[in-house]
Design a protein around this ligand. Structure first.
Ligand code: RUQ
Ligand code: CUA
Length: 653
């Protein structure tokens, strides 16, 4: 009897053992597990993704468009950097988009995309994104998926606490990470303290056109303004900014800006700011900044130089700004969908600290202040504290929300995403990320109505995740299914550049409005050619303008003579196609710019300055039809001073 018992135990143990080893084996080659995961991210051929994800490119300066859950890359939208693929920043039409008060800047550092909202819900009209290095905010149209506006931000350096929108996209904001002398001037660096300033900018967004206008700046003390978030719902009307270096140190910040136990969250009442502006309580400062707008009618961008900005001084304007103490150099500043909780992530703190909007309002009403900084009242930490998530991980950075009462915070140092409960502050789940996660995104996760199905983590370090590609490896994004109690990592995919934040939206809020063509009869480009019979070549001194058209599968004209060395030749090319997905390209040997990629109904221009006599071909760069290879032409270039007459033709006519 005893023996039988032993025998059964032994068998059970063996069975258990074989189960374990079987599980481990499966885990190792990820057989059943990965086919199950693959199903959840698989979008069958011909089917569409459920979400768009707009992922910032960081040092690429661009914004890439991915599908979720597949992780497929659809487009890289050029924003702050030139892009030879699309001619952006190279063709004459889009060059003005990169004008700044520092001159033409061909590169940018793009950080935080945010989708426009109506009543605190994503409305799918525009994406805003900030440029950190040469302070700018861009607006991208979700009809054309093109950058249609870039505005420079004056008095700013390191435009990082940007570019988030209010509940009704009344404003998109920009804030300076580095404080600087305002106005800029020659002065000793070690006189920083008390003299440098931090500008917080409020850009009004036109509710119809989306056009931005720098309404006013709040001139804050010389701290670093790192991240920002608008109030939502009950806290609509406020904006919150994390600060660090409240020590106002100007050197070795890794030590000197980490002295204080607490920095601040700056709470800015922007409705109050509007009142002060209305009441004329501002100063007008002379400045100079570029405002670049691209028109879908002229297919061209123009730069307007703005010369003034309205400045509000918070030390003199009661009720405009309050400081809430927040532990240890906070980075992320995130507001939950109800608008009650303001989450600050102290990079050097072991905890995540959450402040309460209603407590803040009470403390302000009761005037319970704990001193002031440069005339701005400081609230007492305990009076505004909602709760603390105790020791959830190391190096908290950013938090997003699923709309079901949960928050998700990334931890850079401990490489994980931690799910915790709003109100009880308990940690519910944690999952590793590979590796060193920065931002995370839940579609609509910073709005009043998140779509809490997927979470995208954006990692700084990739190491062994993909095949090696030399010393530089791609950054990676990781997708988690967050519909269950526990998060599940279901996909990782490489990203373009190094993403800082992303914005996700259900595809059906965007896809139906996506533009297919530009109407030819609405083309108001000053050098458009609307039919082949209107094509021509015009000389004015050394300047030659070729008014050219494209249609499958030829250029008109395709033979041009009478061009001379030393000429400046403008190719104004109009694509006559009126069908979806039929762009034509054009490239010219010896042109020191990029090709053009011209959408149906659009006109674009490049400049060619021929340096050598001869007969030089041009061709279409976009495989447009079975006869794409036949889509080519010649330009005859004669020596300077030659009298070969100007001539152009198609089929010798
Ligand atoms: S900020 S993680 Cu612009 Cu956090 Cu990048
Ligand atoms: Cu047109 Cu190829």
């Amino acid at each position: 009897m005893k023996q039988t018992k032993y025998f059964i135990t032994a068998v059970l143990a063996l069975v258990a053992l074989s189960f374990t080893s079987c599980d481990t084996a499966k885990d190792k080659n990820k057989g059943a597990l990965s086919s199950n995961l693959a199903e959840r991210t698989f979008v069958a051929p011909g089917e569409h993704d459920e979400f768009y994800a707009f992922i910032s490119g960081g040092f690429s300066g661009q914004l890439s468009v991915y599908g979720l859950p597949s992780g497929r890359l659809f487009k890289v939208i050029p924003v702050f950097s030139q892009d030879g693929e699309k001619g952006y920043g190279y063709n004459e039409e889009t060059k003005p988009m990169l004008n700044t008060s520092y001159g033409f800047v061909p590169w940018g550092d793009s950080h935080h995309p945010d989708i426009s909202q109506t009543n605190g819900k994503l409305d799918g009209r525009w994406v805003f994104i900030n440029e950190n290095n040469t302070p700018r905010i861009a607006r991208i149209s979700l009809e054309t998926f093109e950058t249609v506006e870039i505005i420079e931000i004056p008095n700013t350096a390191g435009n990082h606490s940007s570019s988030y929108v209010t509940d009704n996209t009344e404003y998109v904001i920009a804030g300076t990470r580095f404080s600087v002398p305002v106005p800029q001037r020659d002065m000793p660096i070690n006189e920083y303290k008390g003299n440098f300033k931090g500008a917080l900018s409020f850009l009004k967004v036109d509710s119809e056109s989306g056009e931005m206008d720098l309404s006013f700046q709040i001139m804050m003390p010389g701290f670093n303004y790192d991240k920002a978030h608008p109030g939502r719902g009950k806290s609509d009307g406020w904006f919150f900014y994390t600060t660090y270096n409240t020590e106002e140190s100007h050197t070795l910040l890794e030590v000197n800006a980490s002295q204080r136990d607490k920095d601040f969250i700056a709470a800015v009442n922007w409705k109050k700011a509007e009142e002060y502006i209305k009441a004329g309580k501002f100063e007008t400062m002379k400045t100079n900044y570029a405002h670049n707008i691209y028109s879908d009618e002229t297919h061209s961008a123009t730069t307007t130089w703005k010369k003034e900005v309205k400045i509000l001084d918070p030390s003199k304007l009661p009720g405009l700004v309050y400081f809430m103490p927040m532990p240890k150099s906070p980075h992320g500043c995130d507001v939950d969908p109800s608008g009650e909780y303001i989450v600050g992530s102290g990079k050097l703190s072991a905890n995540v600290t959450v402040h309460s909007f209603s407590k803040m309002i009470d403390a302000i009403k009761n005037e319970k202040f704990d001193g002031e900084a440069y005339g701005i009242p400081i609230l007492k930490f305990e009076d505004v504290l909602a709760g603390i998530v105790v020791q959830p991980g190391l190096g908290p950075l950013h938090t997003e929300f699923d709309g079901k009462g949960n928050a998700y915070t990334t931890f850079f140092i401990s490489s994980e995403v931690v799910k915790w409960k709003l109100g009880t502050w308990e940690v519910l789940d944690r999952k590793p990320t590979y590796y060193s996660v920065g931002h995370l995104m839940i579609p609509g996760g910073n709005s009043r109505a998140p779509f809490g199905k997927y979470l995208l983590a954006m990692n700084k370090i990739t190491k062994d995740r993909y095949l090696p590609t030399g010393p530089e490896v791609s950054q990676s994004a990781q997708l988690y299914d967050i519909t269950g109690d526990k998060m599940e990592l279901i996909l990782d995919f490489p990203t373009v550049g190094e993403p800082h934040y992303a914005a996700g939206i259900p595809a059906d809020l965007v896809a139906p409005n996506s533009r297919k063509i530009f109407e030819l009869e609405e083309n108001k480009h000053p050098h458009a050619t609307l039919s082949e019979k209107d094509t021509k070549v015009v000389r004015d001194g050394n300047t030659v303008r070729i008014y050219m058209t494209t249609i499958r599968s030829h250029f008109a004209p395709d033979n041009i003579e009478g061009i001379k060395v030393g000429d400046k030749v403008y190719f104004h090319v109009t694509n006559l196609e009126q069908d979806y997905d039929v762009p034509h390209g054009i490239s010219m040997i010896g042109a020191n710019t990029s090709e053009l990629l011209i959408m149906p109904g659009q006109t674009e221009t490049f400049v060619w300055e021929p340096k050598k006599e001869g007969v030089w071909p041009f061709y279409c760069t976009d495989f447009c039809s079975a006869l794409h290879q036949e889509m080519q032409g010649y330009v005859r270039v004669s020596p300077k001073g030659s009298n070969v007459p100007l001539k152009w033709s198609l089929d010798d006519e």
